[in-house]
Write a protein that binds this ligand. Structure first.
Ligand code: PXP
Length: 240
């Protein structure tokens, strides 16, 4: 059964709409923890548009479950991570203009920069994951880097417009999960996963953890955060 990591960025997005104190992402993370989430994900963006430095410090102190810090390889952010020592870091590409993380890392192109960054993080004892497309070359380059975890970007699957293309994307995720597992990598996935499209991804053989944010926080507006997390856990852990 895959684990569930809840991304709480959008709690901070709501706070930043007024630049005040409510809602507090740390309080939200503790509710997710109580509801049975296995980890908390927060993206410290270079522009601090939602999660800020104080949030990640407080999350580090408050959480009993794993804290997965999502971030770019920007040297300033890497320095924050090295001081903070979260349980895990997930490296993602980051563009200022984007609304959300639009694609996976190009591990082949960025190999040397990623290598230097991963060495710094690994020296601090932080587990490292790379957010990549479900693609053979990206998987192989991740393996070459010595990074033990991949997170597959599920955006193409989630945004597929027809049942046929969705099925094709699912097959691709399944094939690449099998390939990465064969190479000894741990496989996670996330992006665009909703209550209606998560089960097939949760059923992929070897899937270790799904990281889900927007759909859970959106549902929380209607049913409360605890209930929203529990409903997603029921879907993910419903496999036979
Ligand atoms: N995993 C990664 C690496 C992400 O960048 C995001 C989006 O912040 C997610 C998972 C969660 O995506 P969503 O908010 O669409 O569930």
């Amino acid at each position: 059964m895959p684990l569930l990591g809840v991304n709480i960025d959008h709690i901070a997005t709501l706070r930043q709409a007024r630049r005040e104190f409510d809602p507090d992402p740390v309080k939200a993370a503790l509710v997710c923890q109580d509801a049975g989430a296995d980890s908390i994900v927060a993206h410290l963006r270079e522009d601090r548009r939602h999660i800020n430095d104080d949030d990640v410090k407080r999350l580090r102190r408050a959480l009993r479950i794993r804290f997965n810090l999502e971030m770019s390889i920007n040297p300033g952010i890497v320095a924050v991570a090295c001081r903070l020592k979260p349980d895990q870091v997930t490296l993602v590409p980051e563009r200022r203009e984007e609304l959300t993380t639009e694609g996976g890392l190009d591990v082949k192109k960025g190999f040397n920069k990623l290598k230097a960054c991963c060495r710094k993080l690994a020296d601090k004892g932080i587990d490292i994951s790379l957010f990549i497309a479900p693609d053979k070359v990206q998987i192989e380059k991740t393996k070459d880097l010595g990074v033990p975890i991949v997170e597959f970007h599920t955006g193409s699957y989630a945004q597929a417009r027809t049942a046929f293309s969705r099925q094709q994307e699912l097959k691709r995720l399944m094939g690449m999960a099998a390939y990465a597992t064969k190479l000894g990598l741990t496989v996670n996935a996330g992006h665009g996963l909703k209550y209606h499209n998560t089960l097939p991804v949760a059923l992929i053989r070897g899937m270790n953890e799904l990281n889900i944010g927007h759909s859970i926080i959106s549902r929380a507006a209607f049913v409360g955060l605890k209930q929203a997390v529990r409903e997603m856990i029921t879907i993910i852990k419903a496999r036979s």
